[in-house]
Design a protein around this ligand. Structure first.
Ligand SMILES: [Zn+2]
Length: 392
């Protein structure tokens, strides 16, 4: 329960709008399939989408809706008779093809691997090459030199790596290193790749005092074994950041291939979980742990910064997180950052996302920023106006 005299803790919540506003201009979920964007849409993918949606304009399909459909259809196949099994046999291959497309579409430049097959200890984007908006936001709230910086948490619903690279660059190169465990390392721990007790300092406790980086819907470069009986079932590895495991190298997006297999023989699957009602997150221990941490950190936050999230009512899990996590929030401060559309109301307080946040926490002090991510950073003094000229 948050009290005003508690030490400062900020929770930053990032949605697709934050990555769209980054220098990589990544797509949001609606309009994700764009024949003109340079990422080829394979015949298998377009014909598969046509089997589900009929002959509609592919640009009008929401990618999370596709993930949701495929997951629920796969669940249904567990109980289906032979005819249905035959009719829906294409779904598994379609899901793999979809994962491949999503990985390509959300790919951002990263350094070329120089030593194929070797753990890549230095495979990260240099600080000055990471996205300026993400970097500035993290510097303003997470810098361990600030009051509450070490305690503050980032929660994202994005699968892409924009925030990952910015966070890793800051933690490895910019902020003073110490014996404390950083957020990216701790995320490795929660995935089961390294033991949390092996991380430096007592702050590695998953419910401890320190801040986290939480990816609630999974990540492009996380893989898991879908075999329920496999000893590796509870684990999930990051193809990029768990560099201690050589297999990670082969699973980079450009090397991703569906034949990648676990020790049990099952094909590794990408861990991306769409917001569907049917989804049982307990199937994925790494995600379940992250949701629990997210609730706790929201409950203890004095300040929340929300960038580029819409809180669609259909995302029942995120709605629950906000209501439950903010239930005792009281009159703390919430910044809501979005990009005003042509048809949005002139009064920022009337914008749907702001109203949604008020609905979660009626007595919170909500500041609405409708001019986008870069503009918010200028308004709050996190960056100089000239630094983000091209992004405003
Ligand atoms: Zn396995």
């Amino acid at each position: 329960m948050a009290e005003l005299d508690q030490p400062q803790r900020t929770v930053i919540m990032l949605g697709a709008g934050a990555s769209a506003a980054s220098k990589y201009a990544l797509p949001v979920m609606y309009g994700f399939f764009d024949p003109d964007c340079g990422t080829p849409i394979s015949e298998q993918l377009s014909s598969g989408l046509c089997r589900i949606y009929g002959d509609v304009d592919i640009r009008r399909i929401n990618v999370e809706d596709v993930f949701g459909h495929l997951d629920m259809a796969a669940h249904y196949r567990d109980y289906a008779e032979t005819k249905t099994l035959l009719d829906t046999a294409y779904l598994e291959a379609l899901r793999i093809e979809l994962e491949r497309y999503v990985a390509q579409r959300l790919e951002i430049p990263h350094p070329e691997p120089t030593m194929p097959g070797f753990p890549r200890q230095d495979m990260y984007v240099a600080p000055e090459e990471t996205d300026l908006c993400h970097r500035a936001l993290f510097q303003s709230h997470l810098n361990p030199a600030l009051d509450g910086g070490y305690r503050s948490t980032v929660i994202t619903t994005n699968y892409d790596l924009v925030a990952d690279y910015a966070l890793r660059a800051l933690e490895k190169e910019v902020w003073p290193t110490s014996s404390r465990a950083f957020r990216m390392e701790k995320l490795s721990g929660v995935r089961g790749r390294i033991s949390l007790s092996e991380l430096p300092s007592g702050n590695a406790d998953p419910v401890g005092d320190a801040g986290w980086y939480l990816k609630l819907h999974g990540s492009l470069e996380w893989f898991y074994c879908p075999n329920e009986d496999c000893a590796k079932r509870a684990e999930c590895f990051s193809a990029i950041f768990d560099t201690e495991w050589g297999l990670g190298f082969n699973a980079l997006p450009e090397h991703f291939h569906p034949e990648l297999t676990c020790i049990c023989g099952a094909h590794w699957r990408q861990l991306i979980v769409p917001p569907t009602m049917a989804k049982d997150y307990r199937k994925y221990p790494t995600l379940e742990t992250q949701w629990r941490l997210a609730v706790r950190h929201l409950q203890e936050a004095n300040r929340i910064v929300i960038v580029g999230l819409s809180f669609a009512p259909s995302d029942v899990r995120l709605t629950w997180l906000m209501r439950h996590g903010l239930r005792w929030f009281g009159d703390r401060t919430i910044d809501v950052v979005y990009r005003k559309g042509r048809h949005d109301p002139a009064d920022p307080q009337e914008h749907s996302v702001v109203r949604r946040v008020r609905d979660f926490v009626p007595n919170a002090n909500v500041n609405a920023y409708g001019e986008g991510f870069a503009s918010y950073l200028v308004d709050t003094g996190a960056v100089d106006h000239h630094a983000v000229d091209g992004l405003l």
